[in-house]
Design a protein around this ligand. Sequence first.
Ligand SMILES: Cc1ncc(C[n+]2csc(CCOP(=O)(O)OP(=O)(O)O)c2C)c(N)n1
Length: 327
Amino acid sequence: MPPIKRTKFKLSPEQLLDMFYWLKLVRAFDERLSILVRQGKVRSGVYTGIGQEAIIVGTCFALRRDDFVCPLHRDLGSFLMKGVEPRTMMAQMFAKTTGLSKGRDSALHSGATELGIFGNTSMLGANLPVAAGIAYTFKMERTDQVVVAYFGEGASNTGDFHEGLNFAGVQRLPVLFICENNQYAYSVPVEKSMAIDDVASRAESYGFDGVAINGNDVLAVYQATQGALARARAGDGPTLIECKTYRWHGHSEHDKAFYRSDEELAMWKSRDPIPTFTTYLKGMHVLTDDKLADVESRVKQTIDDAVEFAMNSPDPDPAEAVTDLYA
Ligand SMILES: Cc1ncc(C[n+]2csc(CCOP(=O)(O)OP(=O)(O)O)c2C)c(N)n1
């Protein structure tokens, strides 16, 4: 049977395959990092988003090149999808001169404003007023660019969350607030930090829509993002999209996550976004065995190349430690 021409999301078979490639690449990047940490080769804190890839891929796939993202510690995939070369991203993790911040910083705080990536700070929730500020600039300059700000359900309990969303609501700013509700803020389960079921319902207090969706369904994330982007570009203000998901690894690679049960992890692994999408694509006759092998080999080559590049890149020169400092 020939592949379908377009899905109801107006995605062509080529676009669907591209989406699949990104899911696999983002997963593979994190998986390789996890191994490299154990080998002592990585010089950055590593906070993998394994299990959560559908959120980054579904949102970033819908963005224009001139839109902005404000990623979190678990969102290295958004760097890749916004155009940072896998080699550069890997070199950043190895703290090499060829990385984004030339070996001066961990991956968590790097950015690339020329690609629309705003670096994060360690203070969780603090990126939300910043995202509102960027969106305020877009509004003042009358562009139709949009900012996408990622945060965890834990961060939604901070004061900055309230200030950022309130300002965005009052000013009807072009910003999407994407909550990655992965059920735990470090070791704290969601039911011990929130008295409500859905972070999405908090949007009502700020005067805009909030939706809770299956964050492991890449097409559901894409569809929700498309709708929210169209509203934001039309001047109809922000949207909060809460993506329900789960992180497979600990909070960071040094956390063994003893606070959760094996049964819970197994249940969420059965909702792995990648096989779900694979089955869908095969059912639509978009993904064949040959195409799957091709994607897997391209992903492996890209990651192998990135690691080799990072390992062979020079370490920073201590004499340049204060170069680029402006205060
Ligand atoms: C304001 C603030 N408080 C506490 C911390 C310490 N901290 C780092 S990560 C983390 C958990 C974050 O959970 P969540 O926001 O749900 O994001 P997730 O890591 O689950 O993706 C905490 C409490 C911090 N970085 N910033």
